[in-house]
Design a protein around this ligand. Structure first.
Ligand code: HEM
Length: 208
C-alpha cells in the first residue's frame, strides 16, 4: 500500500506539472499531450498506472478490514488519541471522494471526443462553476489524503530517522499542499483570467 501510494503521489506531481502547461497556452499544452499520445510507451504506462491504482485500493480495503478485525473495543472512540490528525482520521472518506472524482474526471476528459483539442476541452469545461466546484472538492480531498498518506508511506517503508523524519514530514505536507494547484488552475479559467490576459496582450500590441 505504501509503495503504490508513493507511486501515485509521484504521478500526481507529474500530472500537476503537465497541467501547469495550460498557463503557457494552447500550443504548449496541446503539443505536450500530442507528444504523450504519440509515444508508443504511453498505453503501457496507462496500464501500469491503472494497476497501481487498483493495487492501492485493494490493499487499502484489506488494511481496513484487518484493523477492524484486530481492533480492541473502543477503537473508534480512541481514534483521535496518539497524534491523529484530520488527514489521518478521514483517510477512508477522502479516498472515497478521490475515487468518485476520478471517475468523473475520466468520463469528462479521458473517454470523450478530443477533436476540439485538449486545451479547448479543459479550459471551456472550467468556465462552468459546477465543474470547477467538483475540481475544488477533488483537490481538497487529495490534499487532505496526501497530508497523512505521504509521511505514513515513508514510515511504513521503515524510512525513519531522528534527523530526516521531520524533513520527510515537511516534504509530504508540501506535496499535499501542491495538490491545491489543481483547484487554482480551474479557478483561473472560471474567473476568465486567461481571457483578460489575452485582452491585455492584444492591447499592448495595438499600443506598440
Ligand atoms: C486541473 C486539473 C486537471 C486537469 C486539467 C487534468 C487533465 C487531464 C486530461 C486532459 C487527461 C486526459 C489525457 C488523455 O486523454 O490521455 C487526464 C487524465 C488523467 N487524469 Fe487528470 N487532470 C486534472 C486533475 C487530476 C487529478 C486531481 C487527478 C487524480 C485524482 C487526475 C488523474 C488523472 C488520471 C489517472 C488520468 C489518466 C491518465 C492517462 O490515461 O493518461 N487528474 N487529466
Amino acid at each position: 500500500m505504501a509503495a503504490s501510494g508513493l507511486l501515485l503521489g509521484g504521478f500526481m506531481l507529474v500530472h500537476l506539472a503537465e497541467n501547469l502547461l495550460l498557463f503557457k497556452g494552447e500550443a504548449a499544452y496541446n503539443g505536450w499531450v500530442d507528444l504523450l499520445l504519440s509515444n508508443p510507451a504511453t498505453p503501457l504506462l496507462e496500464i501500469g498506472l491503472l494497476f497501481v491504482f487498483v493495487a492501492h485500493i485493494i490493499t487499502g480495503v484489506w488494511v481496513r478490514v484487518e484493523d477492524f478485525l484486530n481492533a480492541p473495543r473502543g477503537y473508534e472512540a480512541r481514534k483521535w488519541q496518539g497524534g491523529r490528525t484530520v488527514g489521518s482520521a478521514t483517510m477512508l472518506y477522502t479516498a472515497a471522494a478521490i475515487l468518485a472524482y476520478l471517475v468523473y474526471h475520466m468520463l469528462t476528459f479521458r473517454f470523450v471526443d478530443h477533436s476540439m483539442g485538449f486545451y479547448q476541452m479543459v479550459t471551456s469545461a472550467f468556465r462552468s462553476p459546477v465543474f470547477t466546484a467538483i475540481y475544488i472538492a477533488g483537490s481538497a480531498a487529495l490534499a487532505l489524503h496526501l497530508s497523512h498518506g505521504m509521511q505514513s508511506a515513508f514510515q511504513t517503508l521503515g524510512l525513519n530517522h531522528p534527523k530526516y523524519t521531520p524533513l520527510i514530514k515537511a516534504g509530504g505536507l508540501l506535496v499535499a499542499l501542491a495538490m491545491t494547484g489543481f483547484a487554482l488552475i480551474s479557478l483561473y479559467y472560471l474567473a476568465g483570467l486567461d481571457l483578460k490576459a489575452a485582452e491585455a496582450g492584444a492591447q499592448m500590441v495595438v499600443i506598440n
